[in-house]
Design a protein around this ligand. Structure first.
Ligand SMILES: O=C(O)C(=O)C[C@H](O)[C@H](O)COP(=O)(O)O
Length: 213
């Protein structure tokens, strides 16, 4: 898949809702009710980080949830790309971008949302043909002010800022012309997941889904 096509696909996904939940799931047993709660709350696009031993099984389970679009996060290598694709991931997210990782996603037809935090990194994505990216780590890399500044000379790239984003600051990002959505873990807090508080998570999702863009 060409980078331009990957970016078209990830941009479509980013436009489906204001927030992509970033999920770090330890127990495959919670996968389906967690995904159902988020989708019911209005957040259909879900990123499951490959940071737990259960992650691939979680992606496979969530891939069967009606109305959901499940991708893999923390994708770092071709091995991750192959495993995520086999598990049913529909897209990949990475904290940064390397030539090897971009090539692996292009070869295996997995749309990549590549990470970038500086103007040079964004320029490298543009050179390769990507026009949709993840601004990471958003708050630490200067927050909405930094992303607004990057967007002045490089308006052709649209972002999903992630990293330190919450209900409190999501609006600052979503009001920028170069932001399609934000990513964040706050909609699925560990205590609510552990307690099986699916109604509580659905309520957080509903609140996030109502964020103006
Ligand atoms: O590993 C990846 O590829 C990621 O997606 C990292 C996430 O962006 C952060 O873990 C977001 O976490 P919060 O700051 O808690 O919202």
């Amino acid at each position: 898949m060409k980078p331009s096509e990957a970016s078209e696909r990830t941009l479509e996904m980013c436009r489906l809702a204001p927030v992509i939940p970033v999920l770090v799931v330890e127990d495959v047993a919670v996968a389906v009710p967690l995904a159902e709660a988020l989708v019911a709350g209005g957040l259909p696009v879900l990123e499951v980080t490959l940071r737990t031993p259960a992650a691939l099984d979680v992606i496979a389970a969530m891939a069967g949830v009606a109305g959901g679009i499940v991708g893999a996060g923390t994708v770092l290598s071709e091995t991750d790309v192959v495993a995520a694709t086999a598990a049913g991931a529909r897209f990949a997210v990475s904290p940064g971008a390397t030539d090897d990782l971009c090539a692996a996603c292009e070869t295996h037809e997995l749309p990549l949302l590549p990470g970038a935090a500086t103007a040079t990194e964004v320029m490298r994505l543009i050179e390769r043909g990507y026009t949709t990216g993840k601004f990471f780590p958003a708050e630490t890399a200067g927050g909405a002010k930094a992303l607004k500044a990057i967007g002045a000379p490089l308006p052709q790239v649209t972002f999903c800022p992630t990293g330190g984003v919450s209900m409190g600051n999501a609006g600052d990002y979503l009001s920028l012309p170069n932001v399609a959505c934000v990513g964040g873990s706050w909609v699925a807090p560990g205590d609510k997941v552990a307690a099986g508080d699916w109604a509580g998570i659905e309520a957080l999702a509903r609140e996030a889904a109502a964020l103006p863009r």
